[in-house]
Design a protein around this ligand. Sequence first.
Ligand SMILES: [Zn+2]
Length: 250
Amino acid sequence: MILARLSRAVRTQNWFAVVLEFFVVVAGVLVAFLVTEWRMSVAAGLEETRILERLHADIEHVTNDRWDWAADRANNRDLLLSASALLYADEAGELSRAECNAIAQSHVFNSPSLALPILTELESTGEMDLIRNDGIRRAMSQHFLSEGWSEEIDRAINHEVLNLSARHPHLMHFAFPGDAGNWNPIFDGSARCDTAAMREDRPFLNELADNISKSTFFLRAVMDGPNRSFRALHQAVDNELGVSHGEATE
Ligand SMILES: [Zn+2]
């Protein structure tokens, strides 16, 4: 209809009508385009909110095991360092039970996962751009970098496992408990150490030094780095969704 009027105006050389009809056509196209844009933007916003709610649910599914284990490993490293003062520096005294048990588990470098299934899903379908919030995208990038570095270090430190109680049985043994129902010898305080013999055993001391160095990288790169970036990502998602957890935010 508009085009018919426009061509009639051209035929009759009614230039005012031509210009007017032309602008009506352009304005119509522009309005239709803006409405489509607006609808797409609203739809993308709703989709982003739905994804962020799933991301937040995934974040909350990471259990306290992860944070408890990080604290436990930090404590184990402190015990290894205090044991080192006795074993490497000619300091008098015997290893405590706790220090001996820290040595028994000094080769254990695993960790509960920080995996977020929604991000894996978006990455595999190439839809990561559905998350548009700048703060969250920055936090995600930082977390991916931390996780990448963590995996690298994790592979390196677990490439060769030095289980000292198995490799140096003349220096350590495990006391069998009265109630053996829940015996967990590496972790439950059953290890016993011969401090004097350990001080004289160079291969043992060198392998313990290896495990102590690995514990430094484990704590920094596998535990603390990803834990920090994970918490920053959680905070960014909380900010966008307006969620508050009070003091106990993880
Ligand atoms: Zn939250």
